[in-house]
Structure formats: C-alpha cells, structure tokens
Design a binder for this molecule. Structure first.
Ligand SMILES: Cc1ncc(COP(=O)(O)O)c(C=O)c1O
Length: 372
C-alpha cells in the first residue's frame, strides 16, 4: 500500500476520473487548517496567502505556463468555461467546434451561445477514425474557437492537442482545452499545445477537493474577455478598501471576484506537492502500466474494450463492456463488491491512479468476470 493512500480495505478505488481520494498529506493539511481556524481564526492570514501563491506556482508548473500571474483560481471547470464563453465578444455568424460526446460542462456552455446566434458544430466521435482531422474539417472561416477535452471523459480518448493547437494558431482560431482528465496524469506543456484557455478542476487526477479549479487565459486575450463578476478581490490595489477608483487586476486574479476558497486552496496545494514531488512523467508511466494490465486482463476474459488501443491515445481511463451482460447489473455487482467505478460511454469505466496496486485491478476484473 502506498503510504499516502490508506484506502479502506473494503473498497477498490478505480474512480479517479470522477472524484479522487485525497492523499494523506492533504487530509493532514485540511485538518491543520481546520484546527488553526478553530484556535486562531485568520490571525495568520499572510501565511494563507503564501499557500495560495504557492498553489498558483504549482499549477503554473503543471501546465508550463509562463507565470503564476497567468493562473486564476475558479470554482470549477464549468465556471472557468463560462467565464471564457461569456467573456468573448461573439459575432452572429461565429461558430464553435467541439465534440458531441463531451462532458456536459464542455458542451452546454457552447450550446447556450445560440442565444447570441453562435453555432456549435459537433463531431460525432464514435463515427470518427481521425478525430483531429475531422475536427479541423468542421472548421471554416467563421470558426472562432475549438473547445475540446484533452482526454475524453467517457472512454478516455486522448487528443493530439499539439496538432489542434498548431492548426488553431495558423488559422487564428481560439483553442480552449478542458484538461481535467489529464492534469495530474499526463504532462501538459502549454507552449507546445498553444492553448489560449485551459481549465481544470482539482478533484480528479490532481487528487484535490472539489471546488478549486485552474483557469488559464492567454495573457494577450485577458483584457478582451468581458467580466461578469465583480468584487473587492479582482481589482488592482486589492485590500485598499478606502480607495474609490478601481480597475480590474492586470493579472489573472481579475477573474476572481471575491474571497478565495482557502480551505480548497490548502488542500489542492498539498495534493499537488505530492504529484510534483513524484513527477508527472513517473506518474504517466505508472498509470500506463496499470492501463496496460487492465487491457491484458480484459482481452484474457474476452471483454470488449471501448477505450482506444493505439499507443499515445490513452490516459488513465479504461472503459469496457462484458459481452452479454447488462451494463447496469454489472455496475451494481461491482459496486456491491466495493469496486468504486463508473458507468460511462456505454460501458464500465475504471480509472486507476499511479498508486493503485496491480492486485486490486486483477480482483476488480475477476469480480466483473464472475457469472459473466
Ligand atoms: C471532461 C470534464 N470536464 C469537466 C468535468 C467537471 O466539471 P466541474 O469541474 O465543473 O464540476 C468533468 C467531470 O467529470 C469532466 O470529465
């Protein structure tokens, strides 16, 4: 057992693509913070700000952003995407290109722009053998933005972001990446991907709590996004409460209207310290080994793999079906045996992290195979 993950004996946790367990150090950081609040209130607030600053540094590190000043802390991915979608100045003929099977947060927000006569063009991923080329084929001279998840939540397809980013840069199309299914499990290099916007909540592969998300906006576009939330926190000269005049902060904090989620900040900061200490490359290798083992076991049992097999196409998600089995019943059986997983993309989704022991993967597949 990994010392940071004392997972209860009665469960097999294969649901990091949904909500992850917290590492021990995160539990301790939150406990310490709670005790401090109880005993001293906000007496040592400057220390909290230091933790918040460090979190921005760690998030910048994780995506290779030029500066922590480019990182805003949002409530969640949906809020980040909404800040982008409702910040841009759309023209009636504009279109957005995305994927029909996207997680709802990265679909609904673009669909909602129909009120502004913006069309949302969707690629049917399940009919595409070359998603990047097909996404590009959906673009025309009215395409303003491509919005994709780096890794599809349901079956785990990993997109070639560099390819899409290059295309967008050449065509002057904005590139928006929901990175929630890859940050913390795959390396992410903003300079290579050339994303204009990156959004990701912390509660999946980053092993943090719900309610603190990274929002990166290309600094060149920052002032172009119309703001819809205002407050004391998003201004230059923050904390100078007597000052009558104000301007939105020049850095990414202009997207943070009021008091931060300090509890979440302390938790996510601790979780990221573990990821960065372990090394994302090592984590990627460890997760890939676990996915390879699952694929091997799935093949052995004659299950149907719904996730991509091609090298470079996967991340931490593996979705499968058991031929002849009703998916709902299979899910209930797995849950009853303590296998914490999800029903997604027409199958069962397993999502182990780098610390998941190989033995429990075998156990989970054995349970799926019982009476199959
Ligand atoms: C691709 C993707 N985006 C976003 C989310 C979650 O959005 P939020 O952070 O707004 O809860 C999920 C959660 O499953 C997801 O898989």
């Amino acid at each position: 057992m990994h010392p940071e993950f004392p997972i209860a004996d009665d469960i097999i946790y294969l649901n990091h693509a949904a909500v992850a367990p917290w590492p021990r150090r995160t539990v301790e950081a939150v406990t310490r913070f709670a005790r401090e609040n109880g005993a001293r209130g906000a007496t040592d607030y400057p220390n909290w700000i230091r933790t918040e600053t460090r979190l921005r540094e760690r998030l910048a590190d994780l995506i290779n952003a030029p500066s922590p000043a480019d990182i805003a802390l949002a409530k969640n991915t949906s809020e980040g995407l909404s800040i982008i979608a409702y910040g841009l100045d759309w023209k009636p003929s504009d279109n957005v290109v995305g994927i029909a099977q996207e997680f709802p947060s990265n679909r609904i927000v673009w669909e909602s722009l129909r009120d502004q006569h913006v069309t949302y063009r969707q690629l049917d991923l399940y009919k595409s053998s070359s998603p990047e080329a097909d996404l590009i084929a959906l673009c025309d001279e009215h395409t303003r933005l491509i919005a994709v998840s780096s890794v599809q939540y349901a079956r785990g397809l990993r997109l070639d972001l560099e390819h899409l980013g290059d295309f967008c840069r050449k065509q002057k199309i904005l590139f928006c990446v929901d990175a929630i299914q890859s940050l913390g499990v795959l390396p992410f290099d903003l300079t290579r991907i050339k994303a204009d916007f990156v959004v990701a909540d912390g509660h999946k592969w980053m092993l943090g709590p719900e309610g603190v998300a990274l929002l990166y906006v290309n600094p060149h576009l920052r002032s172009e996004l119309r703001l819809h939330q205002y407050g004391w926190h998003m201004v230059d000269h923050r904390g100078d409460f007597d000052r009558a005049d104000w301007t939105p902060a020049s850095d990414a904090t202009r997207f943070e209207c009021g008091s931060p989620n300090m509890l979440g900040v302390h938790a996510l900061d601790a979780s990221l310290s573990l990821l960065l200490e372990t090394g994302i490359d090592r984590i990627q290798t460890a997760v890939a080994e676990r996915i390879d083992l699952l694929v091997e076991l799935i093949d052995l049992h004659g299950f149907e793999l719904l996730s991509p097999r091609e090298p470079g196409r996967g991340a931490g998600i593996l979705t499968f079906r058991v031929p002849g089995a009703d998916n709902q019943s299979l899910f209930r059986k797995l849950t009853a045996h303590g296998v914490i997983c999800a029903q997604r993309g027409g199958g069962i989704r397993f999502s182990p992290h780098f610390y998941t022991p190989g033995g429990v993967l075998r156990q989970a597949i054995d349970i799926a195979a019982e009476d199959a």
